[in-house]
Design a binder for this molecule. Sequence first.
Ligand SMILES: Nc1ncnc2c1ncn2[C@@H]1O[C@H](COP(=O)(O)OP(=O)(O)OP(=O)(O)O)[C@@H](O)[C@H]1O
Ligand SMILES: Nc1nc2c(ncn2[C@@H]2O[C@H](COP(=O)(O)O)[C@@H](O)[C@H]2O)c(=O)[nH]1
Length: 383
Amino acid sequence: MGEEAPEFRVESVALESKDCLQNAIDIGDKTYVISNSDDPKSSITIKILDKLTQTWVVPTVLGAPPNPTSSHSAVLVNNEKILIIEKGVPLNDSIWFLEVDTPFVKQQSKIKGTVVVAWSKGVIGEGQKPIVISGPSGVGKGTLIAKLMKEYPSKFGFSVSHTTRAPREKEIDGVHYHFTERSKIEEEISEGKFLEFAHVHGNVYGTSIEAVESVTDEGKRCILDIDVQGARSVRASSLEAIFIFVCPPSFEELEKRLRARGTETEEQIQKRLRNARAELDQSNSPGLFDHLLVNDDLEACYENLKKLLSLDDDHEDSNDSFIKDGKETACYSILSKTNSEILLQSETNEAEKGTTNLILLDLSSLSGGAPGRTRGLKISPVN
Ligand SMILES: Nc1ncnc2c1ncn2[C@@H]1O[C@H](COP(=O)(O)OP(=O)(O)OP(=O)(O)O)[C@@H](O)[C@H]1O
Ligand SMILES: Nc1nc2c(ncn2[C@@H]2O[C@H](COP(=O)(O)O)[C@@H](O)[C@H]2O)c(=O)[nH]1
C-alpha cells in the first residue's frame, strides 16, 4: 500500500516537540511517524517512511488504540516496540506499546500480506490470575459463577464469550454471550482476536482477547466459563490462569440437572451427555486442571470454591497504593531512558502538592503483549 512521499521530509518532524503532536521513531531503514489527530475524536495515527525508497506506507493497525488525546511522547523500547505515553488521561490509561516487529506482528503480517503494527496497552503490575472454570454441561458452573459475582461484584468480572448458538429465553446479548454468526466469528478468529475457541455441542464458542482484558482493565479478576478444549487452549497460551474442573456427584444427577433446566431439546441433551462423558474422562489429564470440585450440595461446593480462591486472605497488588494516585489525570512526558528504565516527568507541578514529579517506569519484567495487554510494568516515585 505505497503512497507518494508528501512534501515534508521526516528530518523536519519535531522530535519530542513541545506539544508532542507528532513523534518520529527510527528503526533500521524505517521511520515510524506517530501523530495525534486534529480531530479530538480520532486516536493516534501511524505512518511509516521507508527511508531507502522514500515511500510512505500506512500500515494495518491491529488492537484497540489509545483513547484520543491531544498529545503524547514516544520512545523506542527495543527494535520490536515503541513506548507511547499519552497526556491528559489517567496514568493507568496512558501507557501504551506500539508493536512493530514482535512475533505476533510478524505472524499477522504474513497472514495479511500487509505491513502490520499492533497496539498493546501497558498494565502496571501483574494483576490477579484469571480463573478458568470447566466441567460438563449442566454441572452447575454458571450457578457457581453467578454466586461468586453476586457476593463479590467488585472483585470478579465475567469473560463474556462469543457463541453461534441461539440465545435462550432471558439470555441477553453482550451479558451472557455475544451472540454471533459463524462467518463473523470465523473471520475474527482469523484476525487473531480470540484467545481460544472450540466447536462445542455443534456450535462455535470462543473467548475474545477483549473479553478477558476488559475485565482486567476494570481491576477485576476475570472468570472464564469454557469447555475442556478451551481450557487446553488457554493452558497452551501465554495467559497464566487457575484451572478448575467441576464434577457432578454422579452421571445420573448431571442428567437430572440438565433435564430440569429445560433449556435444551432431547436431541441436544443427548449430545451434551455424550460430550459430558468425554469431558469427565479428561478431568484428570496431567497438568490440565489445578483443582477438582464436586458440585453435590451447592452451598458446600461454593464454600470450597471460595476456599481455594483464598477469598478470606486475599491480598491486594503491591502497586495498588501508587496506582490509585495514578488514577488522576496525568501529564507525563518521557525524560530519559536507560536499558529498561524510563524516567517520566510530570508537567503539572506535583512538587507544590508535596508529591514527586518524577516517576521511574521499570520495563525489565514485561510479559504478554499484543494481541493482549503488556503486563509487568513497575512504577515507583523518584524521591
Ligand atoms: N449443586 C446443585 N444441586 C442441584 N442443582 C444444581 C446444583 N448446581 C446447579 N444446579 C442446577 O443445575 C442446572 C444446571 O446448572 P448450570 O446452568 O449452572 O450448569 P452449567 O454447568 O453452567 O451448564 P452449561 O455448561 O450448559 O452452561 C441449573 O438448573 C441449576 O440451578
Ligand atoms: N471453549 C469454549 N467453551 C465455552 C465458551 N463459552 C462457553 N463455553 C462452554 O460451552 C458449553 C455450553 O455452554 P451453553 O451456554 O451453551 O450451555 C459449556 O461447557 C461452556 O463452558 C467459550 O468461550 N469457549
